[in-house]
Each structure stands twice: as structure tokens, then as C-alpha cells.
Design a protein around this ligand. Structure first.
Ligand SMILES: NC(=O)c1ccc[n+]([C@@H]2O[C@H](COP(=O)([O-])OP(=O)(O)OC[C@H]3O[C@@H](n4cnc5c(N)ncnc54)[C@H](OP(=O)(O)O)[C@@H]3O)[C@@H](O)[C@H]2O)c1
Length: 369
């Protein structure tokens, strides 16, 4: 930390005091050695010189302090503006169509099992305004009720839901979308995703079903019923066939991403295609929290392991949707904007050995028909 202006001023004044004492000492020894007449002459001249010197010095000091404080206050203002811009940038991500999404959303899978809509109300109280749900989670009704009860205007809440793979196909997707809207008590969704690319490994028609489903997504988007359309659990080899017939590119792909499972090849492809990657299970369903390397970093920053894991993803340019049950943990997971990991720490966490994988893979999953 640099010196404050008042510390610097105090130091200068102490020096002036020291010089004063030295001058007094000099006059004393002069007095002891010279005649009274010469002493009087010398003192008169000395006093005048000293007074002029002090006046000049004080003027210079005042000008210096004024200039210094101007420079300091400019620097403080610039620094604060830079910090603010950095904070704002990191708290939101922008999709390719300009829609902004918060860096930290609330994941609701298995979140309402014990306390129902109260969990969602708690999430709002903690400060979340992005809710991630899916038809599969069977909690859209509770979320709809919580939104209504919260009194928060609908346009201040970002709702994302997903269509389950058994409902793929042009008409079925629309049917599922309407059902989600009805349960969520809304006419439109902020984002809608195709949950998994295929229903099973043996589904030979998966590409046709996907292309038809995407057409339905595009129509809903053009009708203004969805602000952003995207995918979930799609790897490059699932996205390529979709892009062959798509008129509108997906804006986001929600993937399992966390330290210990970073799917770098998919991330590189998504970046090239300008599709934003979003992390599900950003904490590796809590399995990565006990990792020695994560714990060490958390200690160094005086943060928790969860905060380090979330911060890591955000700094990698990936928004996150952690799920937590208590108000305390919900708040903790939002409190990730007051520290920054170094590039080496990001590299380190990006390269840790595979850990905490859920075991769910889009090419191996078998969802009921
Ligand atoms: N698209 C997909 O296919 C897909 C798949 C899975 C999940 N998701 C979405 O992603 C969301 C998050 O993923 P997830 O729920 O699987 O995993 P997660 O967010 O990585 O981990 C949740 C687990 O971490 C614990 N936890 C949360 N915050 C904590 C903290 N600060 N300290 C200690 N433990 C903490 C939770 O415990 P408590 O609950 O006991 O607090 C819970 O056991 C889901 O809710 C869902 O919305 C999407």
C-alpha cells in the first residue's frame, strides 16, 4: 500500500521541525562565538532569509500537495471505474444474439424435494435472478408459484427450461414447451434448451429428430416466445449435423464442466462457433470440494472450495448454475466476485487429473422412451 497524503504531510512537517531545531542550534553556536553587534546583524539577515525560505517552501509544499491530491483522486477514480467495469463484465455473459445472462444462476435439479417452492424463494432472497430448470426435474410448478409469490417482476427473472429427449420432434417439442410455460405461469421463456441429443445409443433417427426439433425451436424464437435457444450435453459431433440445416445457430450449450472434467475439445469447438458454454455440476456434485488442491487454494484466498471452483469457471469464461439447499450456501456461491485467481492457478485447476465426473455421457445415456 502507498502512503496516504496525511502520512506524507506529517513526514514533511517533521522534517521542517528538524531543520528548525538545526537552525536554532546553529544560531546558538554563532551567538557563543561572535560579538553582540555582529550577532544582531547576522540574526536579522538570518531571520529574513529563513522567513523567505519558509514562505517559499510552504508555497511549494501547498502547490505540491494540491497537485499530488489531484493526481491521487484521479487515480482513485480511474481505478474504481476500472474495477466497476471488470465487476460488471464478470457478473454477466452475453450470448451471440446480445441477450445477457448472469454469471451465476441457481440450479434446481433435486432442489425442491424437501422444501418445495420455499427453496426457490430462498434462492431469490439470496439474490439469484437466473433459474435453471427442465421438464425432467418436475419442479416447474413450484418454480412458477415461487415466482408469483416472490412479487419480483417477471422481466427481472431469467428462466431457462429444457425439453427432454423423449419429446423430440417438431410437434412434441412445442407440446412440451407449452406445458413448461403453463407450469411456470408464463407465456415465454428466457432460454430453452434441448436437454440431450438423443434418447438412446440405438436411436438411428436421432439426427432427423434433432433437425426437426431445432426447426421448432427456431419458430418459437422467431415468434418471440423464447429469447435465446440452445443445447445441453451436445458435443461437436452432435452439433455439426444440427448446423447443417439450422437457420439460427444455438446460442448456448450447457455441459458438465468443473475442475477435473473440463471437456477441452468441446470448449474449443464451442468458442470457434460462438456458442457459449455453461457449466452444469460446477462443483462436480460436491465431489471436487474435498480435493486437496482445491482446499489449498481456498485457504490461500480465505474463500471456500466451492467459491474457488465457481470463480475458476467464471474466469475461464463459463457461466455456472450451482445447486445448494441452504440459504447460507446459496449466498456463498454468489459471493465470488471479490477475488481473482492467477493465470497459473487457472492453468493448474484446468489440468488437474480427472475427478468428480457424474458418469453421464450423451453417447452412452439410455433415457426411457
Ligand atoms: N443439463 C443437464 O443435463 C444437467 C445435469 C445436471 C445438472 N444440471 C443443472 O446444474 C445444476 C447444478 O448441478 P448439480 O446439482 O448436479 O451439481 P453441483 O451444483 O455441482 O453440486 C451440488 C452439490 O454441491 C453441494 N453444495 C452446493 N454449494 C455448496 C457449498 N457452498 N459448499 C458445500 N457444498 C455445496 C450441494 O449440497 P446441498 O444441496 O446439500 O446444499 C449439492 O450436493 C443442477 O441443479 C441443474 O440445474 C443440468
Amino acid at each position: 500500500m502507498g502512503k496516504s497524503i496525511s502520512d506524507a504531510f506529517e513526514e514533511v512537517m517533521a522534517k521542517v521541525g528538524e531543520i528548525g531545531v538545526q537552525a536554532g542550534e546553529a544560531v546558538k553556536s554563532f551567538a557563543e562565538s561572535e560579538s553582540t553587534e555582529r550577532l544582531a546583524r547576522g540574526m536579522k539577515k538570518g531571520t529574513r532569509t529563513a522567513a523567505e525560505g519558509i514562505a517559499k517552501g510552504a508555497k511549494m509544499a501547498a502547490a505540491g500537495i494540491k497537485e499530488g491530491s489531484q493526481i491521487a483522486s484521479e487515480a482513485i477514480k480511474t481505478n474504481a471505474a476500472k474495477k466497476k467495469a471488470g465487476r460488471e463484465q464478470k457478473r454477466n455473459f452475453t450470448l451471440s444474439n446480445g441477450v445477457r445472462i448472469p454469471a451465476v444462476g441457481y440450479g434446481t435439479y433435486l432442489s425442491t424435494e424437501n422444501n418445495g417452492k420455499q427453496t426457490i424463494l430462498d434462492a431469490f432472497e439470496a439474490g439469484y435472478r437466473y433459474i435453471d430448470t427442465a421438464r425432467f426435474y418436475q419442479n416447474e410448478k413450484e418454480i412458477g408459484e415461487a415466482i408469483k409469490e416472490s412479487g419480483i417482476p417477471r422481466d427481472e427473472i431469467f428462466i431457462c427450461s429444457k425439453v427432454w429427449p423423449t419429446m423430440l420432434g417438431k410437434d412434441r417439442l412445442r407440446e412440451s414447451f407449452d406445458a413448461s410455460c403453463e407450469d411456470l405461469q408464463t407465456d415465454n421463456l428466457d432460454m430453452y434448451l434441448i436437454h440431450w441429443p438423443k434418447v438412446s445409443q440405438n436411436d438411428e433417427e436421432w439426427i432427423t429428430k434433432l433437425q426437426d426439433s431445432w426447426e421448432a425451436m427456431e419458430e418459437l424464437y422467431e415468434e418471440g416466445r423464447i429469447k435465446a435457444i440452445g443445447l445441453s450435453n451436445f458435443l461437436p459431433h452432435h452439433i455439426r449435423p444440427l448446423l447443417e440445416t439450422a437457420r439460427i445457430k444455438p446460442m448456448l450449450d450447457q455441459l458438465e464442466l468443473h475442475a477435473g472434467y473440463m471437456q477441452e475439445y468441446a470448449l474449443q469447438y464451442l468458442r470457434k462457433e460462438r456458442i457459449l458454454a455453461q457449466a452444469w455440476s460446477p462443483l462436480g456434485r460436491a465431489r471436487v470440494l474435498g480435493d486437496e488442491r482445491v482446499r489449498k487454494l481456498a485457504e490461500e484466498y480465505d474463500k471456500t472450495g466451492a467459491q474457488v471452483l465457481l470463480r475458476f469457471l467464471i474466469q475461464r469464461g463459463i457461466p455456472v448454475i450451482p445447486k445448494a439447499s441452504s440459504l447460507e450456501r446459496m449466498k456463498e456461491n454468489l459471493d465470488v466476485f471479490d477475488f481473482s485467481l492467477t493465470s497459473d492457478e487457472i492453468s493448474y485447476l484446468s489440468c488437474i487429473t480427472e475427478t468428480g465426473w457424474s458418469g453421464e455421457h450423451p453417447d452412452l445415456a439410455e433415457w426411457e422412451q
